[in-house]
Design a protein around this ligand. Structure first.
Ligand SMILES: Cc1cc2nc3c(=O)[nH]c(=O)nc-3n(C[C@H](O)[C@H](O)[C@H](O)COP(=O)(O)O)c2cc1C
Length: 377
């Protein structure tokens, strides 16, 4: 049996697979079941101090494509394949007082599994920054192994929270600094993927002292409109609002965000999230340089906490390592990061002279040579 254990941000994981912050980690009973099933770690559903009231009606639905057809719909029907999850669920509606004794109980029951607390507060004034610190202190006092700062929930009522923090580089730094001031354990940041260049927000978070960046949260999106009723397939009394897309559809989108960051910061730590349901998907993140991988949608659809998903991830990783003779994740982490290059560096047909889209390389004195141009994904 290959050794799947790994050290990430100084924390020893029995395997590099975590349940992401979401319904699979919304309660102690779920998390205990997840550890029983073999997950190396979990990131709790995001815990906050402000009042949370979810919308009337379902919070998550799943978008499926007809097998062999083009229809995409959230309506349940046979012979379909999962494309994505869509949700407008807010952070945990349980209070910090509800969470604290449960975090302690979970850590005592599974001391060797990794418990990361996802936290969120407001920003922009000292009172809100103190709320981040209060959440940090309360959770670490009962033994959590680390934190993930939610700068990425795409559907917030408040302008000073969630992806609104992740869209503001200064706030990314300021909030991370505030948490790091009191944190005695590693702090990961989960920025929003909905910015022009996630490298900038990652840089700001690292500058604030972040030990790792986790990406991606769900992508802002709308559900499709039912052609018969002319209603959005998910709505409350006819109305819809932007929500988050997760699952298979976002794997390539999230890989692009991750590649940008791991190339910009090859020495930093990254946790890959988005569209993972088996080891082949997780491998993409590892090959780009991630040290852990997180799963949400696939686990939700597998008995709510993913017992079969974690089995497939660990057995897939063991088989892969044995087949290739790898002793640890470090042997293959990041080995395909250098294959992502500027478009101009992709080979053109031999017989045609090519100067990176310019008439002739020498005619552009003062401009960077094509090979020196930034790689954008
Ligand atoms: C219903 C639902 C609730 C979520 N709640 C949170 C949350 O509270 N905090 C957070 O950081 N991410 C939250 N997420 C995002 C997931 O942690 C994850 O980043 C995203 O779903 C992409 O992973 P996936 O493709 O495996 O689903 C939520 C996702 C879903 C589907």
């Amino acid at each position: 049996m290959a050794d799947l254990s790994t050290t990430f941000t100084g924390i020893r994981f029995p395997n590099p697979f975590l349940l992401a912050s979401a319904p699979p980690t919304e309660s102690d009973s779920n998390i205990l079941r997840a550890f029983d099933a073999g997950w190396g770690g979990v990131v709790t559903k995001t815990i906050g101090l402000h009042p949370v009231v979810n919308v009337k009606g379902p919070k998550t639905k799943f978008l499926r494509a007809d097998n062999g057809g083009a229809r995409l719909s959230m309506n349940k029907r046979p012979d379909t394949t999962l494309v994505a999850s869509w949700n407008w669920e807010l952070i945990s509606d349980k209070t910090i007082d509800w969470w604290i004794p449960r975090l302690e109980k979970i850590k005592k029951a599974f001391p060797d599994r990794i418990l990361i607390a996802s936290i969120m507060a407001g920003s922009g004034n000292d009172k809100e920054l103190r709320n981040w610190q209060a959440l940090t202190t309360a959770c670490q006092d009962v033994g959590v192994d680390g934190f993930e700062l939610n700068f990425s929930c795409p559907h917030m009522d408040r302008i000073d929270m969630g992806s609104n923090v992740g869209k503001d580089k200064v706030l990314c730094s300021v909030v991370t600094i505030a948490v790091k001031e009191v944190a005695k354990v590693p702090v990961w940041v989960k920025p929003t993927p909905a910015t022009a260049n996630i490298v900038e927000e990652a840089e700001a978070s690292f500058r604030g002292g972040a030990d790792a960046v986790s990406s991606s949260n769900t992508f802002p999106s709308l559900p499709p409109i039912d052609p018969n009723t002319l209603d959005f397939e998910m709505n409350v009394e006819g109305y819809v609002s932007s929500g988050g897309l997760g699952g298979p559809a976002i794997l390539p989108l999230s890989l692009a965000k991750m590649a940008q960051m791991t190339m910009a910061f090859p020495e930093k730590s990254f946790s890959g999230i988005g569209g993972v349901s088996n080891f082949d998907h997780a491998l993409c993140y590892f090959l780009l340089g991630c040290g852990t991988v997180q799963v949400c949608t696939a686990a939700m659809l597998d008995s709510a906490i993913g017992p079969n998903v974690i089995k497939a991830l660990t057995s897939g990783m063991s088989e892969f390592m044995e087949k290739r003779g790898y002793a640890s994740l470090e042997d293959f982490r990041g080995i395909r990061r250098d294959r992502v290059v500027a478009h101009s560096q992709i080979k053109r047909p031999e017989q045609i002279e090519y100067h990176g889209g310019y008439d002739g390389a020498e005619e552009h004195e003062g401009y960077a040579k094509p090979a020196e141009q930034p790689v954008t994904v």
